[in-house]
Ligand binder design. Sequence first.
Ligand code: GH3
Ligand code: MG
Ligand code: MG
Length: 589
Amino acid sequence: MTALPLQSLHSTDAQRTRSDERLNSIVRLARLHFDVAMAAIVLLDGAENRLAAWEGLTPDRARQAVSLCDASMEKTVPDLQADPYSRAHPLVNGASPLRFHAACPLLMKDGTAPGAICLFDGAQRTLDARQLSFLRELARLAAIAFESDIAIDHVTEEEATAREREQRMVLAIEGSGTGIWDRNIRTDEIYYSAGWKTMFGYTDAEVGNRIEESYRRIHPDDLAYVQATMQAHFDHKTPSYEVEHRIRCKNGSYKWVCSRGKVVSCDDNGKALRMLGTTTDISAMRAISEQLQQTVDLVTNLTNEVPGLVFQYRRHPDGSTFFPYASAGVHDIYEIAPDELGDNAAILDRIIHPDDLASYHASLETSASHLTPWHFEYRVQLPKQGLRWRRGDARPQRCEDGGTIWHGFITDVTDRKRIEAELQNFATTDFLTQLPNRRHFMAQIEAELARIQRHNGKSAAVLMCDLDHFKAINDKWGHATGDHTLKHFAAILRKQLRKTDFAGRVGGEEFAVVLHGADATEGIAFARRLQQQIAAVPLFQGTDRIPLTVSIGIAIMQPTDTSVDTSLSQGDLALYRAKNAGRNRIECG
Ligand code: GH3
Ligand code: MG
Ligand code: MG
């Protein structure tokens, strides 16, 4: 920081020594030495000569004598009355005439001569070489006096320019709402600029220059901190002093300020002697930032109260991602703290269920590239809550750097997903046997045919099963026993299925099975096993054994089939044959 010479603004100007005294001494010396009527130093001032110093004649005569001088060259006129240029001069041809004149120019270092030292006397006389050389020495002395004058003038001019510049700077700083202070640490004095005093509503006289008084203007809650910060700077612990605190105004209110300063001189032991600083009014700025903080608090409180996680999510052009904002809901949604999420969104890769992770990223990718709203449901695996469902909804915006920013929220949709799954189950499963119902079975067999066609793969075996004489069971033991029998059969059937097979209850006591990748031989083998199991696991009603057998018709679903109806009706035909041939049989279509 440039030292602001505030103290010099308060101190009086140093007394400057000008050449006048020295010129007077020189002319006095000249007159004494040469014993003449007048010695003078004459300056060339434009076309005119001007007396700079003289000794001897009355002021009137001295001024008249000036015009007799030729200050531009060294000369000696032994008798002015004999000199054609001078003899008409009133001082030469009047009463008490001047007869003798000598002049020696004041030669400056740059070769110019601003004037001359002159001698006048009433008697005719001459100067010998020694006297001439003495006169030249005196002229030289006078020239040196002038030269030092010029140097002083120069310095003075520079000083004035510097002072002007400093004042301009002070004005500029103060114009920007900043006051300046200058503290003498040794004497505990502090000077404040006019702008500083105005800032707090004080007049010039109302602010003293004692540091104790300035401490009394600082808010009591801030004083210790201000003093400690300043001491730290005095102790060279900080490169400068900077602190925000409150200062009491004249009207008793407090203003928030930013006070900055720096020690600008120290003694030999490094002890601070002088410190300069500025005080900036930051009340308005603080009011704005307080308002801003209140708004932020409001938004934060609101978002924290909203169930789920409210977030801002950002993706840079390089693909890196982070959450500039995450509400407190992140604790519930991901079981992590907001700042854990903030730095690096990749932490979610360990939380999102591996089966959903790729599509989670793909959904964001689509949203970013088309700037379409992001809606995505996915599972998370959490330490405390276990497997949960989450739904994300957000709107993307393109950033200036080409990245994307989303604002949105994540909610817990586990319960909804469970209900949906239950509904789905209701819609697809037969309540009694817990096997897929007819509609679902049909959807599955359609999908199986599509799969076979797509991969041009192996065929699948379709088995149509119908319980034999079921009506008789109902009739003999009642409908409930009939139901029980259906469940019993379904349980045995389900046990026979591999993961890739599926079965459905397609009618009252009719079931259909699809054996993935199976041919007729494998289909027959499966049907046999099923019949054997039914026989092997008898079903009783009291002591009565319920006679349960099943007729099975088998068809093979081929990649060339145009619809599932082909194999289903072939299977039905085969089943019909099995029934006709006596039941508890297997027929291939
Ligand atoms: P077949 O050997 O020719 O197949 O003789 P069936 O008696 O099994 O055949 P039918 O078609 O004559 O009778 C089927 C019976 O299944 C009629 C119906 O009352 C009974 N049924 C259908 N759905 C249910 C059910 O959900 N529960 C019970 N208990 N009976 C059912
Ligand atoms: Mg039937
Ligand atoms: Mg039947």
